[in-house]
Ligand binder design. Structure first.
Ligand SMILES: [Zn+2]
Length: 350
């Protein structure tokens, strides 16, 4: 990969609704719900996006290169949006207390940032992508991962493997196009055995119905697995949590968000990256108050315990850390602060 960086694709406000409520308002009809579509502030921009997503990138190309030892790595932005953050990211927190914490960090809880970032690791032998992005599921301001890979000189057909952290729609819809055809035609797909078992359980609908997620959103989650991941059939294989996937890449159990959610440790020549994926979502509240529970966590108490455990680990070890929904390039370090943590983003290097 070249040395040059691409500036981050920006986020655009798509209305002051939470993702949960926005999702609930969208008819599902057995397909993947489009969240935030139609809420664009500029029809002209929306029209441009429909023909050429690249032309709408107000903030630049959206890729960031770095190395972990001898492995070449790249984070590509999948785009972003903004929405009301409470109660989605702090179900057990008082709204005013949550708002005060975000205000202290110059964030507005009515229109807080939400972005997605996809990691590519080139081991020298294989190009391994971690999650596949949202495609069209969250509207035209997101779904940029493949376009940003292309801008960095990486074609979809050069990807050897896509490792899925968990089967939520913002991580798997980009695996296939709306017909179920693979977006990464040569890639093997890996997912944890516990995660695949959960989403293919015949009783899944009953299990999800016990969660604080609107029924339409639950239907969308099920539909996205069935329509956008399972069509890949025998390309999909599984790994056990905490297993080494290949030399230098290891699963780290991060269950709670989902029953088979995996973080990943990338190691080469004494250097390390821990990709927390969705162990933590919001870079302020998730670190300052890891005990605040997230509506998308299948087991919110276990999600909080896992968040505390892995944040403790990366803060103690001072290792480079990534989280899928942190602001682009979603790389930085976690340090202790008072009784909890805070995020220190990497300084952009050219
Ligand atoms: Zn996610």
């Amino acid at each position: 990969m070249d040395k040059e960086q691409g500036l981050g694709a920006g986020r655009r406000g798509v209305g002051r609704r939470s993702v949960l409520r926005a999702a609930a308002a969208v008819p599902v009809l057995g397909t993947v719900p489009v969240i935030g579509a139609g809420a664009m502030t500029s029809p002209a921009l929306a029209q441009t996006a429909a023909t050429d997503p690249a032309a709408e990138d107000l903030q630049g190309a959206g890729f960031y290169r770095f190395n972990v030892g001898s492995m070449s790595c790249l984070v590509v932005s999948d785009g972003g949006m903004s929405f009301e953050l409470h109660p989605t990211f702090a179900m057990n927190a008082d709204r005013a207390e949550f708002a005060d914490l975000l205000d202290e960090h110059f964030l507005d809880i009515d229109a807080g940032p939400f972005t997605s970032n996809v990691l590519l690791v080139d081991t020298g032998e294989r190009r391994v992508l971690f999650d596949a992005g949202t495609a069209e599921a969250f509207g035209p301001a997101m779904g940029r991962a493949v376009a940003n890979l292309a801008r960095a000189g990486i074609s979809a057909d050069s990807i050897d493997m896509v490792v899925i952290s968990h089967a939520h729609l913002d991580h798997i819809v980009g695996l296939t196009d709306p017909t179920g055809a693979p977006v990464f035609p040569r890639a093997d797909i890996l997912i944890s055995d516990a995660e695949l078992a959960f989403w293919t359980d015949p009783d899944l609908a009953a299990v999800l119905s016990g969660l604080p997620i609107p029924p339409d959103m639950q239907a969308g989650m099920i539909a996205s697995v069935q329509n956008r991941m399972l069509p890949l059939g025998n390309r999909i294989s599984t790994f056990a949590l905490d297993e080494e996937l290949m030399p230098g890449i290891r699963s780290v159990s991060a269950i709670g968000h989902t029953p088979g959610h995996s973080a990943f440790r990338i190691e080469s020549d004494g250097q390390q990256l821990l990709h927390l994926v969705d162990t933590v979502h919001q870079y302020v509240s998730g670190l300052r108050r890891p005990d605040w529970q997230v509506a998308f966590d299948v087991d919110p108490e276990m999600g909080a315990a896992t968040r505390q455990r892995l944040l403790d680990e990366v803060a103690a070890d001072r290792v480079l850390t990534m989280a899928y929904h942190f602001p682009f390039p979603a790389l930085g370090h976690v340090r202790p602060r008072q009784e909890a943590f805070e995020w220190v983003p990497v300084a952009w290097t050219w």
